[in-house]
Design a protein around this ligand. Structure first.
Ligand SMILES: NC(=O)c1ccc[n+]([C@@H]2O[C@H](COP(=O)([O-])OP(=O)(O)OC[C@H]3O[C@@H](n4cnc5c(N)ncnc54)[C@H](OP(=O)(O)O)[C@@H]3O)[C@@H](O)[C@H]2O)c1
Length: 231
């Protein structure tokens, strides 16, 4: 299959890419930082393609869609890229400004909403396909998620509605909600990995979703460290 990974150069997206490459899928990794994309492509090898672009930019999302339409007819898309709030106020919905909320919602919901609209017709041309969204347990919990939690709750609601509508086109829609994951980004701020999942755990889960038969859909999957979330 041809699988696009939005946010495939680092963290969970890169771990998903590693797993999907093992299964022989052709990949297109999307991210803003060219060096990170080159590095990921070098590590993955094979037929991995890269596209440098910011999914929050309407113009760049348009260019990405054009590129995919012409050079990488998709069978699957992993909607994984996200923005994260200022750690100093991350657990509050009273302290961050409205502008910060809008930026987070734009990156974590609106940009994916737009790309799903743009890419669904391309999946349809291939006779259907899969969309896998990476949410968060912050989008199923009711405490301390802050504006990031708002964006993931919104994504959760959106994905359920999209699943119902996209099935008419043979497109299955999954939501994977991880608890804390030990990514490079979190290594800088964390407790050394206790109570954090490995990125490979998410890679395995996302890889497995793409191994299912066409008629099967994982609707929602929540995965946490045994001892629970980190907050
Ligand atoms: N890590 C965790 O503990 C955790 C827990 C629960 C859920 N999640 C979710 O898992 C997903 C991945 O998180 P992560 O921790 O792996 O993040 P990460 O390590 O920061 O990686 C994010 C990836 O997305 C790309 N990206 C970010 N913004 C982008 C944009 N505007 N346009 C294009 N690409 C963009 C990044 O590349 P560039 O920066 O170069 O663009 C990178 O490839 C997110 O949806 C996150 O909410 C993470």
């Amino acid at each position: 299959m041809n699988i696009v990974i939005l946010g495939g150069s680092r963290g969970i997206g890169k771990a998903a890419a590693a797993e999907l490459a093992k299964d022989g899928h052709r990949l297109l990794l999307v991210g803003r930082d060219a060096d990170a994309l080159y590095k990921a492509r070098q590590e993955l090898g094979g037929e991995t393609k890269i596209f440098q672009g910011d999914i929050t930019s309407e113009a760049e999302a348009g260019l990405l869609t054009e590129y995919i339409g012409q050079s990488f007819p998709p069978d699957g898309v992993v909607f994984n890229a996200a923005a994260f709030p200022d750690p100093r106020t991350a657990r509050s919905v009273l302290k961050p400004s409205v502008r910060e909320l809008q930026e987070i919602l734009h990156a974590n919901l609106t940009a994916h909403y737009r790309l799903a609209q743009l890419l669904l017709p391309l999946l349809r041309e291939r006779g259907g396909g899969r969309m896998v969204f990476v949410g968060s347990t912050a989008g199923i919990r009711q405490d301390k998620g802050g504006i990031y939690g708002i964006s993931k709750w919104a994504l959760n609601g959106y994905v359920h509605l999209l699943r119902n509508e996209a099935k008419a086109y043979g497109v299955s829609v999954s939501l994977v909600n991880p608890g804390g994951v030990y990514t490079e980004r979190r290594k800088k701020e964390s407790d050394g990995g206790r109570r954090l999942l490995e990125t490979s755990d998410l890679g395995i889960v996302i890889g497995a979703i793409f191994r299912l038969s066409r008629q099967a859909v994982v609707e929602e999957l929540n995965i946490r460290p045994i001892d629970g979330d980190t907050y």
